[in-house]
Design a binder for this molecule. Structure first.
Ligand SMILES: [Zn+2]
Length: 438
């Protein structure tokens, strides 16, 4: 037996357990410097962010590759930590450098100062998604620094453009460097740990395996322009109102999507009733804009010849977008109302969650939060994950943090922040995933 023990001992000596106090301090320092880079999209100038990542990786001997996707500093980055098992395809850790704009007047501090206050890290991008980006970066850096080789290759992919659809980010990388992204699995943003969204008072970690499709529509009603003093039946505004009422009356989808059924099973049949859980269980239609009238300021005494509205529809995976629109057109049943599709919906389906990586995520979550229930979930918003999911690559939205409804509401909004202790735990959780064999 002795000859078995000796190599095991060698591995232990070479790969020291990270000094977590030092890793935590370093992760926070990187996070704060990263938050101070205003990588707002548009224009998604992410050069400084990419240089920060490159320097951190170079410091431990990992060479990053930068890709210039656009003329305004739109930079994507990849970096590879080589694994022991060369026959296995890599795990991709994907994050995005870009953030949405801010309404500075609505913040109580500079959103690009990387401030730590009252136990939170504040700033644009803390949640979406520089925090997770740093966790992913630190997983590679820490592994390399402490001489720990992962089972399979770990490929970090940071993109410049997610917030305006990913055309220069994930889509650009897949189109121009798809061969570099030949992967077994992908981890991205999407899911989260919660005590008050899925079931009040119960800690549930949702790992997203599916998301809804964006079907953005413009409805345009035509009529006859006329003087407001004499009502006419062919009034475009009235026609639009009637059409909207019928458009919004979409029938229920019937039986729950398999991912929803799985969530209900984990939650023992009881899911809270709120806007998140409502949105994931059905196709939704939201009236977002109305436009009509003649002149600026609009004339009160003129009946306009046209009136427009936009609808932000989110349909479940497995629902055909063209059929969804045809059904809406049939409900409206008015040749004077046109429906124009403004988005390019992609049905990526749901990723398989009976996989070794999903089991690893489950056990890492349980290690750090033993009381948590872990479940695959569907999310109502969109990320870059379906771009991979549609290629049959299991893509999971994994946010290793417990977040409240109140905190999640700061995403794309004012006073965006994450709890510092959740960030630090997340750094360890991401490391534990990358260190595992799956
Ligand atoms: Zn995001």
């Amino acid at each position: 037996m002795k000859w078995i023990l000796i190599p095991a001992l060698c591995v232990t000596l070479r790969a020291a357990e990270p000094d977590w106090k030092a890793v935590e301090a370093h992760a926070l320092d990187v996070f704060q410097r990263y938050l101070r880079i205003p990588s707002i999209n548009p224009p998604a100038d992410t050069r400084a962010a990419a240089e920060l990542f490159r320097a951190e990786l170079a410091a431990v001997g990992i060479t990053a590759r930068l890709y210039e996707a656009g003329p305004k500093g739109q930079i994507n980055l990849t970096a590879r930590l080589e694994g022991r098992n060369r026959t296995k395809k890599p795990l991709v850790l994907m994050n995005h450098f870009d953030v949405v704009p801010v309404d500075r007047a609505a913040w109580s501090m500079d959103p690009f100062a990387g401030i730590v206050r009252d136990g939170y890290v504040w700033g644009r991008g803390t949640l979406d998604m520089k925090g997770i980006g740093v966790m992913q970066l630190m997983a590679l850096v820490t592994m390399k620094k402490y001489g720990i080789t992962p089972d399979r290759d770990i490929l970090l992919l940071a993109t410049c453009d997610e917030e305006t659809g990913g055309e220069l980010g994930a889509a650009w990388m897949l189109k121009n460097h798809g061969a570099d992204l030949d992967t077994e699995y992908l981890l991205d943003e999407g899911g989260f740990g919660t005590r008050d969204i899925l079931q009040k008072g119960k800690l549930v970690f949702g790992v997203s395996v599916a998301e809804k499709q964006n079907v953005w529509l413009r409805l345009r009603a035509k009529g006859t322009a006329a003087h407001g003093s004499q009502p006419i039946p062919d009034n475009s505004n009235m026609r639009l109102l009637r059409a909207l009422e019928k458009a919004m009356a979409a029938p229920d989808t019937g039986k729950p999507h398999p991912v929803i059924a799985e969530m209900l099973k984990t939650l023992r049949g009881r899911m809270d009733d709120n806007k998140f859980t409502n949105a994931i269980q059905k196709n939704t239609i939201t009236l977002t804009t109305l436009r009509s009238g003649v002149g600026d300021p609009v004339k009160v005494n003129v009946i306009p010849s046209a009136a427009e509205a936009t609808l932000d529809c989110r349909i479940q995976p497995g629902v055909n977008a063209q059929e969804f629109v045809s059904e809406m057109r049939a409900r409206i049943n008015d040749p004077q109302v046109t429906i124009e599709m403004l988005s390019n919906p992609v049905d990526a389906g749901a990723s398989d969650y009976e996989t070794p990586l999903f089991r690893t995520l489950r056990s890492v979550i349980k290690k750090h939060h033993p009381e948590a229930d872990v479940t695959p979930i569907m999310v109502p918003y969109s990320t870059d994950a379906p771009k991979f999911r549609r290629r049959k690559i299991p893509a999971y939205g994994f946010t290793p943090m417990i977040l409240s409804t109140q905190l999640i509401a700061t995403m794309h909004s004012d006073e965006e922040r994450i709890p510092l202790d959740q960030f630090q735990t997340g750094v360890k959780m991401m490391f534990d995933v990358v260190r595992s064999e799956f």
